[in-house]
Design a protein around this ligand. Structure first.
Ligand code: 13P
Length: 323
């Protein structure tokens, strides 16, 4: 492992004003969707997370998609987990799978041009869950994945996602996320993962979607920053949040409010899927005459989140169209 090179990639992924596009859905239409959002020429995007199908795709002239991403100044990444399965003896809980043969797959992805990877663990909140078994087993898998990535000279994005689908309040989300992050960093230590060569992708501390008590922007920002300060060592170059089902504007406003708090030991940026893709997808709707509208919607969301990653976003910018 060359940690200095891994650190350079990790730093580049969280370059000030830039963030990561999570485009790793399993979908045959993803190439068309890429064209519709113009992802290969966006100055606010530092990296793009691809899916196994997409990483092997080529443009009409035979140029690999990964090359187009590189030419645009972004880093190609790859989702390497193979989804979730029921966790034995833990009703309603899931374990992320895909460690078998991962070392061989990482070699191929590296040769193809991937320089970072993603693995998502899913922790649900409900009556009597999550169990310690689910938190610990998922943290262990995340750490095993991260160690394999670093040996393959690929920067791991470590994503322990605590879902926001329940009726719990923000403090319950805080408590469960704290448990998941503490356990994840403990397992990363046991697997000898170098924090300088990885990126954490956490959820924010937010109220469950069905909660009657919805925390406001400042409360989310203050509690998330407090949570991260308590759980995430400062050796890591950055934290890139998932959006997790927040509205586009909420995801932007929360990131902005956190960066306005300032004085943080790591960069805070975005690695959004839905909060970057839903507006352009709606504008495009799969129709060729809407491609320009789709691209404009993507440019706008990427720009808003770029400003938020610098604490420079304002809600009235939402109404102005991106240039
Ligand atoms: P969302 O921003 O839609 O949560 O997606 C991010 C991601 O990569 C989930 O694994």
């Amino acid at each position: 492992m060359n940690l200095s090179d891994l650190n350079k990639i990790a730093q580049a992924m969280v370059t000030p004003s830039k963030g990561i596009l999570a485009a790793d859905e399993s979908s045959g239409t993803i190439k068309k969707r890429f064209d519709a959002i113009g992802v290969d020429s966006n100055p606010d995007i530092s990296g793009v997370i691809l899916y196994d199908e997409t990483i092997w795709q080529e443009a009409k002239d035979g140029t690999p998609l990964v090359k187009l991403i590189e030419q645009a100044g972004a880093i190609p990444g790859i989702k390497v987990d193979e989804g979730t399965q029921a966790l034995p003896n833990c009703p309603g809980e899931l374990i992320t799978v895909g460690l078998d043969k991962l070392a061989e797959r990482l070699k191929k992805y590296y040769e193809r041009g991937a320089r970072f990877a993603k693995w998502r663990a899913v922790i649900d909140i409900g009556p009597r869950i999550p169990s310690y078994t689910a938190i610990r087993t998922n943290a262990h898998a995340l750490a095993r994945y991260a160690a394999l990535c670093q040996v393959a000279q690929i920067v791991p994005i470590v994503e322990p996602e605590v879902l926001m689908d329940g009726d719990h309040d923000i403090d319950r989300c805080y408590e469960v996320t704290e448990f998941a992050l503490k356990e994840t960093f403990q397992e990363l230590y046991y697997q000898k993962v170098a924090l300088e060569g990885m990126i954490l992708k956490p959820n924010m501390a937010v109220s469950g979607k069905k909660s009657a008590k919805q925390a406001g922007i400042d409360e989310v920002a203050e509690k998330t920053v407090r949570l991260l300060r308590n759980c995430v060592p400062s050796a890591g170059p950055g934290i890139a949040f998932l959006s997790g089902g927040q509205s586009d504007e909420e995801a932007t406003a929360h990131l902005d409010a956190m960066n306005r708090i300032g004085g943080l030991p790591w960069k805070l940026t975005f690695s959004y899927g839905r909060a970057l893709q839903s507006a352009p997808q709606k504008a495009w709707s799969g129709r060729s005459e809407n491609v320009a509208a789709g691209q404009q919607a993507f440019t706008h969301r990427a720009r808003m989140n770029s400003l938020a990653s610098q604490g420079k976003w304002k809600s009235d910018l939402e109404t102005k169209k991106a240039a």
